[in-house]
Design a protein around this ligand. Structure first.
Ligand code: GTP
Ligand code: SPV
Ligand code: MN
Length: 586
């Protein structure tokens, strides 16, 4: 008798016709032989073995350097279940359209069977996926990003309880690129891309799009959130989870070196991109990081902004689309002031100073989580860590103050639902355009976002002490166009204010949008920031917010009658508070 997994592998091989099938065990020796093969065919370039041992550079096809949201589909039976913010195709139509692209797609190639666990190996919250892929780069990346190989196969046994994901590079032509999710079948099909979230199917496809659908059915949450622990001077650690859109600072917040370390505040990393959160028997919200590695944005990372990442990267790391120095070390914009002589750009061409960038703006490192000096001793705790605060945030040149606290859970859900952020290079398309991105889940929610807001609202009564919900913005700019807040390790000052709010120990101004720190309630010692800059960072501008309230209404209108009444109610209440305040100000 063959197992459900064997049957599916066989069926997929009949479709894709690989010349060979390899079942991956996840061992170091397996990785080494894959790496050797990739060095031979140019998929991997080796880096300096003395300064970057066992590290490799991968250059992807220049047309395949970011997630492609326009080619990503939710294939639910009913269109309304995918909702107005997702691309949708009917399941049968999607399969008919895309199956031919898989036909004999692996001819002359190897099909790798990649079993993986999302979550710690022995956690009741973990789930198993299996990816079939013809990309050895994907295999090597999945080995870092998940618990891959024998450990997953042993846990699966003969069970059919796994999320299947079929992936082929195809011909890498964007015209023939599709990322399809069949949430009712819990099936993923991806063809035509080898990049990150398009191709490492455990990450955005499973752990967010498919998992968010499962989480709603089963009463838990799958979120685009980092998880960190803030240690206070007494040694107590308070855990927080934060949702910022792609390339808006999750990895950097989760792995920061605290500017208040001398005062006894430090940050421990549990996860940097995805949180699966369940209500435990005692009514606490418990979060696990389903991933085992970090797929982080390289540009902007340096010894000052993020020493933990810089230390983590020095061995056993894969770099994608960064520059290469003459001493065969990785290089990217923002690593140090000047591009070194003899630099090659991410295409492999000599870099010249009139060029915009040596590294692609969405170039990345793939590194095992355990390599970070900041990794929490509880990062693989099967029960997860208890969450005391949820944080939303985005990239806003104006409007959103440095930090504010929502009035209660329901208002906090509204704050998350009204998030907006300027787009980044993490997805193809224009950069710097403000778009609504509720809970940083716009590209990742596997179902109708109106129902998703409803699901958030429905979590509250299950929680004994619902976490406080905050909103942050590290990216507000002054009249000169420069960031007003120094960011990175200094962000701990904002986390400390949140901690003191959780513990009821510090002051805030009650504004129409929520509770904003008083000028004296933020710990600013050791930071040179003028009183005017601070006032601007914390300012709630009546005109900006009136526009914001209007834009929010237009966004919500897309959802029609499906939008929960509580969200309408919060929207009206915000409008009323804003107009009362503007009358008061007159
Ligand atoms: P994804 O992996 O795409 O989900 O991104 P992310 O949310 O983890 O973002 P990441 O921490 O990688 O940061 C993205 C970019 O923003 C990098 O270039 C960082 O250097 C920059 N950045 C992160 N935190 C801050 C901050 O506090 N202030 C400023 N000015 N820039 C920041
Ligand atoms: C993101 O874009 O949010 C990422 C990178 O974390 S990717 O894996 O490409 O989704
Ligand atoms: Mn992300």
């Amino acid at each position: 008798m063959s197992t459900p997994l064997e049957n599916w592998v066989e069926e997929s091989a009949r479709l894709t016709r690989p010349s060979k099938i390899v079942w991956c065990d996840g061992s170091q020796s397996e990785f080494e032989s894959l790496a050797d093969e990739m060095l031979r065919d140019g998929t991997f370039l080796d880096l300096n073995p003395h300064t970057y041992p066992r590290c490799y550079l991968h250059r992807s096809n220049p047309n395949d350097v970011a997630r492609t949201e326009g080619l990503t589909f939710i294939c639910s039976t009913r269109k309304e279940d995918a909702g107005p913010t997702n691309n949708w195709m009917a399941p049968a139509e999607a399969k008919e359209k895309v199956r031919p692209l898989f036909h004999a797609a692996m001819k002359g190639r190897t099909m790798y069977v990649v079993p993986y666990i999302m979550g710690p190996a022995n956690s009741p919250y973990s789930k198993i996926g299996v990816e079939l892929t013809d990309s050895p780069y994907v295999v090597a990346s999945m080995r870092i990003m998940s618990r891959m190989g024998k450990v997953a196969l042993d846990q699966l046994g003969n069970s059919a309880d796994f999320v299947p994901g079929l992936h082929s590079l195809g011909d890498l032509n964007p015209e023939r690129r599709f990322i399809l999710h069949f949430p009712e079948e819990r099936l993923i099909w991806s063809v035509g891309s080898g990049y990150g979230g398009n191709a490492l199917l455990g990450k955005k496809c499973f752990a967010l799009r498919i998992a968010s659908w499962m989480a709603r059915e089963q009463g838990w949450m799958a979120e685009h959130m980092l998880i960190l622990g803030l240690e206070d001077p007494s040694g107590k650690v308070t855990y927080m989870a934060a949702a910022f859109p792609s390339a808006c600072g999750k990895t950097n917040l989760a792995m920061m070196v605290s500017a208040l370390e001398s005062q006894g505040y430090r940050v421990w990393t549990v996860g940097d991109d995805i949180a699966w959160m369940h209500v435990a028997a005692d009514g606490t919200l418990r979060a696990i990081n389903p991933e085992a590695g970090f797929f982080g944005v390289a540009p902007g990372t340096n010894a000052k902004t993020n020493p933990n990442v810089m230390a983590a990267l020095r061995h056993d790391t894969i770099f994608t689309n960064v520059g290469l120095t003459s001493s065969r070390e990785p290089w990217w914009e923002g690593m140090d002031a000047n591009a070194p002589n003899g630099l090659m750009d991410w295409h492999g061409k000599p870099y010249s100073a009139d060029q915009t960038a040596a590294a692609h703006p969405n170039s990345r490192y793939t590194v095992p989580a355990a390599q970070s000096p900041s990794i929490s001793p509880h990062w693989e705790d099967p029960a997860g860590v208890p969450i005391s605060a949820l944080i939303f945030g985005g990239r806003r040149a104006r409007v959103a103050p440095l930090v504010y606290e929502s009035r209660d859970w329901r208002h906090g859900v509204f704050v998350g639902a009204t998030m907006a952020s300027e787009t980044t290079a993490a997805a193809t398309g224009a950069v710097g355009v403000t778009r609504r991105d509720p809970m940083a889940m716009l590209p990742f929610c596997g179902y109708n976002m109106a129902d998703y807001f409803g699901h958030w609202l429905a979590m509250e009564p299950k929680l004994k002490n619902p976490p406080k919900i905050f909103h942050v913005n590290w990216f507000r700019r002054g009249a000169d166009g420069k960031f007003l807040w120094p960011g990175y390790g200094e962000n701990v000052r904002v986390l400390k204010w949140m901690l003191e709010r959780i513990e009821g120990r510090t002051a805030a101004d009650d504004t129409p949008i929520g509770f904003v720190p008083t000028a004296s309630s933020l710990t600013l010692d050791g930071l040179r920031i003028s009183r005017e800059t601070l006032a601007e960072l914390l300012r709630v501008d009546g005109g900006d917010w009136a526009e914001e309230e209007k834009a929010t209404g237009e966004f919500f209108a897309k959802f029609g009658a499906r939008l929960p009444a509580a969200i309408h109610h919060e929207h009206r209440a915000l409008g009323e508070r804003l107009s009362r305040a503007s009358v008061g100000a007159r």
